[in-house]
Design a protein around this ligand. Structure first.
Ligand code: HEM
Ligand code: HEM
Length: 216
């Protein structure tokens, strides 16, 4: 399916790069994240439902990352720090090559987005289900004293953990907003540089077929 090349009107050969699952994942994630963001501290049941939807979508994407179609697989696009830095350097010089799948910078961003989303959803879950906190492994000794309550009463300690969780949850959510803005800026930049509408490609699944110099 991924190697199917079709000739469209205007004689531009295109290739199906993003399979339907990746596209549904992407726009579902955008909708769920936006909903979680907009309902935070406003409509708690909707916030939690949207947050769990984000977590479910990320879990689903992890499976596709190992068992999905060619360009959905992490092994196809996740690169080490060396290759990622080299790509960023070529971007600065305006000489980055066109990738049919995710480019190394986009791939690093995807890893950052998925990790931050997981952390946000996980801390939210812990806040919503305080009993779960007790099941976590004991905190390292360096952290524990800072959290210990003066009079050692359990209620006080619980409150402090809850406060710390809320702090982490909010910080991760704010970090997500920054990453998402950077992600969209990267999409716009790559679209301009390679003269193709990448947002549209994430809807149709189709991209211009590889040309000489491109990396398929
Ligand atoms: C409306 C704004 C957005 C647009 C136009 C957009 C567009 C895109 C495009 C074009 C790609 C493919 C990049 C490539 O060609 O390599 C992509 C990938 C991705 N985007 Fe976005 N994005 C948006 C918002 C978001 C947000 C808010 C998130 C996170 C909550 C997000 C998470 C991701 C992820 C995880 C991928 C990897 C897709 C995959 O391989 O499964 N995006 N996005
Ligand atoms: C991954 C997507 C999520 C995002 C972007 C997100 C974002 C936020 C933000 C920005 C706040 C801070 C609101 C404020 O105090 O100004 C917040 C609070 C909170 N979130 Fe989330 N959240 C997510 C997932 C979840 C999940 C999955 C749950 C639980 C099931 C959850 C539970 C909570 C709770 C309990 C609060 C504290 C509300 C309060 O009492 O002030 N969140 N979230």
């Amino acid at each position: 399916m991924t190697d199917h090349v079709s000739v469209q009107t205007k004689d531009v050969a295109t290739l199906r790069v993003w399979d339907p699952l990746v596209r549904m994942f992407h726009w579902g994630l955008v909708a769920a994240f936006a909903t979680a963001w907009l309902t935070a501290d406003e409509v708690q049941p909707v916030h939690e439902f949207a947050g769990y939807t984000v977590a479910g979508l990320v879990a689903f994407r992890l499976i596709c990352g190992f068992a999905g179609s060619r360009y959905a697989r992490f092994a196809q696009f996740v690169k080490g720090p060396g290759a990622t830095l080299a790509y960023l350097g070529s971007m600065l010089r305006g000489r980055e090559r066109r990738y049919l799948g995710h480019n190394p910078a986009g791939a690093a961003m995807i890893v950052a987005l998925m990790l931050t989303l997981s952390g946000t959803a996980f801390t939210g879950w812990l806040m919503a289900e305080p009993d779960l906190v007790a099941l976590l492994p004991a905190l390292p000794q360096i952290v524990a004293p800072a959290w210990a309550d003066d009079d050692g009463d359990e209620y006080g300690e619980g409150r402090e953990v809850e406060g710390a969780l809320e702090e982490i949850h909010e910080t991760l959510a704010n970090l997500m907003l920054m990453l998402a803005a950077l992600h969209v800026a990267g999409v716009v930049l790559a679209s301009v540089r390679h003269r193709e509408n990448l947002a549209r490609a994430m809807i149709t699944g189709e991209k211009r077929a590889a040309e000489p110099g491109d990396i398929a």
